[in-house]
Design a protein around this ligand. Sequence first.
Ligand SMILES: [Zn+2]
Ligand SMILES: [Zn+2]
Length: 134
Amino acid sequence: MDTTGQYLLGFGIRPSFQRIAIMRYLNHNRTHPTADEIFEVLRKQIPTLSKTTVYNTLKLFVEHGAATYIGIDEKNARFDGHTAPHAHFRCKSCGEIIDLEMDIEKFLPKNFRGKIEDVQFYLKGTCENCNKRG
Ligand SMILES: [Zn+2]
Ligand SMILES: [Zn+2]
């Protein structure tokens, strides 16, 4: 089996053809795509793919920890195949969402005895490119 299939199995997800295609798209496109975006691209390769399948598959990935949901964009749910802790920056000019590698551990509470399952760090402003353009 290919590596994407192995990756999904590692999260307890049965690697169907469509699931592998969606996971592969996430891994190769670090743009934090929306479900619609993924659907529009993959439907050209997989004519039988439906929007519902894409939505349900992404939901499944998030539930199993194979991908993360990002709520930084108020209008659209975004998805990320990069699941190691990192922060996100959203440019208010071009709308791009960029990964920021940060030592997130530092920001976690020291005396909290509960279980933290999800941490989201959002930063907003103007990206380097848009800032240069002034
Ligand atoms: Zn920008
Ligand atoms: Zn990310």
